[in-house]
Structures are given as structure tokens and as C-alpha cells.
Design a protein around this ligand. Structure first.
Ligand SMILES: [Mg+2]
Length: 149
């Protein structure tokens, strides 16, 4: 997984299966997960709950988040796409895309742009603590690269 960077990397967040574990509750550790990335990187929505209007997206998830996290997610920028989420990805920049379900035609676009590794396959069913594990890995990678520099 290439998720340790000390330079700007665009971060794309899916909602269902990543920010929300299901339609009743947020994912475990979502606050730490979101704060870490939002405070460090340019962040974007990449979800069926965002089609160009981030206010709509925030209102969709606000009941699942505490006040502090809610203020943070307001910083996540909107994207727009119609058929494939990859339409909204800026392939000219390094990026990380957190999603639990990527279609084959979207994987094909990632492959075409040599970016399949930029997709982090979040699986909260298999591992309810997945966000915590991703965060730890990301922090470790950043620590390592800081030492290398
Ligand atoms: Mg999803």
C-alpha cells in the first residue's frame, strides 16, 4: 500500500463501507482516520452521495459524526462524476482512494493510469478496525520517510 507521503497527495473518500460501517453507524476510529488525512492532504469526496455539492454530502453524514469531526469533514471538497468514479480522479497527481467496492471498469481505468495501487480496499466487514490499521500503517510510513530524508 502506498499511503505514506510527505508531499501533497490527493485523498478521495468513499462514504458507505468506509466512513460509515453500515446505514446505522459510523466506522470505528473514523474521527482519527479523517482528521489525520484532512489535516495533512487535499481531500475530496468520491461517493454516490456527492455529485458536485459537498453541502449535500455533509448533511447526509452529519448525524453520524460528533461536532468536531463534522467541522473537519466540511473541508472535504466536492467532486462530480456520472458513470465511473474514476472520472473525478485527477490522474496527473499522486492520490489515494479509500473505497470498499470498486467496479471492474473503474479498476481498468486505474490500471490504464498505472494507479491500481492508489486504491485502498477498505473492508470493514472483514476487519472492523481497518481504519485504525490503515492509519497506523500510514503514520509508520511517514515516520520512515521522515527518517530517510
Ligand atoms: Mg462504498
Amino acid at each position: 500500500m502506498q499511503i505514506g507521503y510527505n508531499y501533497p497527495v490527493n485523498i478521495y473518500f468513499d462514504i458507505d463501507g468506509v466512513i460509515l460501517a453500515n446505514d446505522k453507524q459510523p466506522a470505528l476510529h473514523v474521527k482519527e482516520f479523517l482528521s489525520y488525512f484532512i489535516e495533512r492532504y487535499p481531500t475530496y469526496w468520491l461517493t454516490t452521495h456527492c455529485k458536485g455539492d459537498a453541502n449535500y454530502t455533509v448533511s447526509h453524514i452529519e448525524r453520524y459524526l460528533d461536532k468536531e469531526t463534522l467541522e473537519l469533514v466540511k473541508k472535504i471538497k466536492a467532486t462530480n462524476w456520472s458513470m465511473s468514479k474514476t472520472e473525478a480522479i485527477d490522474f496527473s497527481q499522486p492520490f489515494i482512494w479509500f473505497d470498499d467496492q470498486v467496479f471492474e471498469f473503474e479498476k481498468e481505468q486505474l490500471r490504464k493510469n498505472n494507479s491500481l495501487n492508489s486504491w485502498i480496499n477498505v473492508d470493514l466487514r472483514e476487519n472492523p478496525n481497518h481504519l485504525k490499521d490503515i492509519l497506523k500503517l500510514s503514520k509508520d510510513l511517514n515516520k520512515d520517510s521522515a527518517i530517510n530524508f
